[in-house]
Design a protein around this ligand. Sequence first.
Ligand code: KG4
Ligand code: ZN
Length: 358
Amino acid sequence: MSWNRPLVLGIETSCDDTACAVVDGTGRVLSSVVSSQLKAHRPYGGVVPEIASREHLQSWPQVSRKALEQAEIELSEIDAVAATRGPGLIGSLLVGLSLGRAIAFALRRPFHGMHHLEGHLFSPFLGTDRCQDASAIPAAFIGLVVSGGHASILEVRDDTIRSLVETRDDAMGEVFDKVGKRLGLPYPQGPRLDVLAERGDESHFRFSVPRQQDEPFFSFSGLKSQALRQIEKLEEQDLLPRRSANDAPVEDLPRPALDLLSGFRRAAVGQILDRLERLHTERRFVDLAVSGGVAANRLLRRELEPWAEKRGVTLRLVPLVYASDNAAMIAFAALERERRGMPDDPRAVVASRIPFAS
Ligand code: KG4
Ligand code: ZN
């Protein structure tokens, strides 16, 4: 297996996935290992921060060993280390960042403290094959990042990254998870909600898309409230069994609930398309890169393709393996930061929120 320098070791522990990866100088992912903590958090229906930190500490030796083995390299061959410094859960971030800084110190190599969103932002350019170079990244492009913690449209131009649209309240994945949880779907609810929504008829429930004002923004909490109210109505009408807190999670749902989820998903995706359309009318961008866990959403992927094609926009949808949190995207973003000559603070400490501006 041939590779090019520099070899970057990526570490990502911002939430509930312990991830380690090795990416080479041309953006080839030599290895990307993600250890999920699903089992540990599932009994609680969501991520428990305290448990997440412990799980990261426990999984790290195995995850990092596997990443080096799969890449067929020794730790001493690593040229730089990059770890997520935020945003995320403080305890979780501290584990990955401390490990990363310690490794970089021991190897006497540079360390990059990375913004989690920056990792997602460049991930659509990663190749899916182990021997594949990453695609060339345009000097300027628009990035849509939709995940459990974010709904953002960012503009990358040379060495600056600027936020254009942010959510005023909930993130997109967050509302998928909350609506799914209310219906009793097991954690993480977003992907399951997506699968169930495929079987519903979206025309039965109409949800409104919040009106855009002068300042562009996303807002998903109104949609969440509308969906939760509709669920309550279905229960009152005995079209959906009532649930109590201790009930076991459900795998399937009756027809009216499927229709509701379908309409809900349509409205959420509709809001994304509405904001992109406005932005495109305003600035006629030609490159769009879509990333984050919610970029795996079936309807979103289906809708974006014809939308982009019709407008002559080159669309890069993140490969499904790199949609949810992983460390390859963190290592790759560090490489990209170096390539673009963007400033970096090797002494960066963790932060649960970091404004996205550079
Ligand atoms: O990027 P990610 O792994 O973690 C964060 O940075 O937040 O995104 C996880 C989020 C979760 O909210 C999950 O439910 C959501 O992405 N998600 C989906 C789908 N797959 C994952 N939401 C809707 N449809 C999907 N297919
Ligand atoms: Zn993420």
